[in-house]
Design a protein. Structure first.
Length: 431
């Protein structure tokens, strides 16, 4: 009995192995068939594309009866020519399922059964029901419409951009010498800004006159403002008087908003344009406005540099009906004024010691007002000699050598020798 049970168990295992391998083989064959179907389908469509068969429109219209029964009315196939039969590819497919007669050994404890047990039959695999195709809607396929080449559209011609009317560059209309007055006009918009464009017909014409009054270099700023401000030795400025004539409008007239004012060199270089217009030489107020017929002193400061090109002009640019004009005002006079002789001297008085006193004593000795040797020390003797000379010149006899006295003294070239007193004949210093 034990031998028979063992034999039955072995048979059951062999059947189970056969079923599994048959199932595997069936699945492999299904996969191979599916692949072959795809390959055949591609070959058929490729051949259709090469042959370019006549394309016909096929309309499938479901009928009510077919729709109720879940089917479709058979389309009209008249005139439809089927494609040529395609040869199936000769692909050799070998499947090695192994030796089905191979014995399967396993642990007897797991495989042995007791008694006469009947083998439970495994359920047979049933084919899945085929899916019912859903009814499709009416459609029409036109290959001609799909392959039609669209007609090219004409490229629109771009509209040319009109070129703006060129604005002429600034024209120099006058070079005004230092100290002379020059009148000019410029146009403004209603808001008080310069009328650069001629497109606006709403404008006013203003009349100005300008006169250069002063010119300051770093040394001038240092002597006048050096004790108040920390100057850098690069300050320079030009002062001018500007007058607005007979203006009856209401807009605020700010000169730097309606005329362009810069510094210019002899060669036309304006790279050092200067700072804002101000109402003072230094530390003034910017954005200064002017009133009609009231002269206003304005200042244009700029950086002075001996290494660069010196500024020679104050360039004023005006705008009239699209014309840009520039007037050049000389910053300083070309005529060198004759210096005042009195400016060469400083006041000398008792107690002063300097070279100027030495020169004074020499001249007094030369003219006979002082005796002895000049030593550069302004003492009692020098004071007495100055008083004598002042009496002869008809000036106040105070013994102080003012600039005007020295001008008169050094203008004298000869004088009769005065009677020497005993004390003046000594070789003592004239002090």
């Amino acid at each position: 009995m034990k031998r028979q049970s063992s034999e039955r168990a072995r048979l059951r295992k062999l059947r189970s192995v056969y079923r599994k391998r048959i199932a595997i083989w069936a699945i492999v064959m299904l996969i191979i068939g599916f692949i072959l179907g795809i390959v055949a389908d591609q070959m058929i469509f490729n051949k259709k594309d090469k042959a370019a068969p006549e394309v016909r429109e096929i309309m499938v219209t479901p009928t009510p009866a077919a729709a109720d029964e879940g089917g479709f009315e058979e389309p009209d196939m008249e005139g439809f020519v089927p494609d040529e039969e395609q040869q199936e590819p000769d692909d050799d497919i070998e499947i090695d399922l192994g030796d089905l007669d191979k014995e399967i050994t396993s642990d007897e404890g797991d495989q042995a059964t007791t008694g006469d047990q009947e083998t439970t039959a495994e359920p047979e695999a049933t084919d899945a029901p085929e899916a019912t195709a859903e009814p499709e809607e009416d459609y029409t396929i036109s290959m001609e419409a799909a392959t039609a080449t669209p007609e090219p559209t004409a490229t629109p011609e771009p509209t040319p951009t009109p070129e703006p009317t060129p604005v002429p560059g600034p024209t120099t209309v006058a070079v005004v010498p230092f100290g002379e007055t020059y009148e000019f006009t410029t146009q403004i918009n209603p808001d008080g800004t310069a009328r650069f464009s001629t497109e606006s017909n709403d404008f006013e014409t203003l009349s100005f006159s300008l006169t250069m009054k002063d010119y300051m270099l770093p040394s001038d700023f240092a002597s006048k403002w050096g004790n108040v401000y920390k100057l850098q030795g690069t300050e320079a400025g030009a002062g001018f008087e500007l007058t607005l004539h007979d203006y009856t409008g209401t807009a605020s007239i700010v000169p730097q908003n309606i005329i362009k004012i810069v510094l210019q060199s002899e060669s036309g270089n304006t790279e050092n344009p200067g700072f804002q217009l101000m109402d003072a030489e230094i530390a003034g107020q910017p954005d200064v406005s002017v009133k009609s017929n009231e002269p206003k002193m304005l200042w244009k400061r700029y950086t002075f540099s001996n290494a660069g090109e010196p500024m020679e002009y104050l360039a004023v640019t005006t705008y009239n009906n699209g014309a840009v004009q520039t007037i050049l005002f000389e910053l300083k006079s070309d005529v060198v004024p004759t210096p005042d002789p009195a400016d060469q001297y400083t006041t000398l008085s008792r107690g002063t010691k300097s070279d100027a006193v030495l020169d004074l004593q020499k001249q007094l000795i030369e003219l006979g007002y002082l005796s002895g040797k000049a030593d550069g020390s302004y003492g009692e003797k020098t004071q007495t000699a100055v008083s004598k000379a002042q009496k002869d010149f008809g000036m106040e006899e105070n013994g102080t050598a003012t600039p005007d006295f020295q001008v008169r003294l050094f203008a004298e070239t000869a004088k009769p020798a005065a009677t020497e007193s005993p004390e003046d004949s000594t070789e003592a210093d004239a002090n």
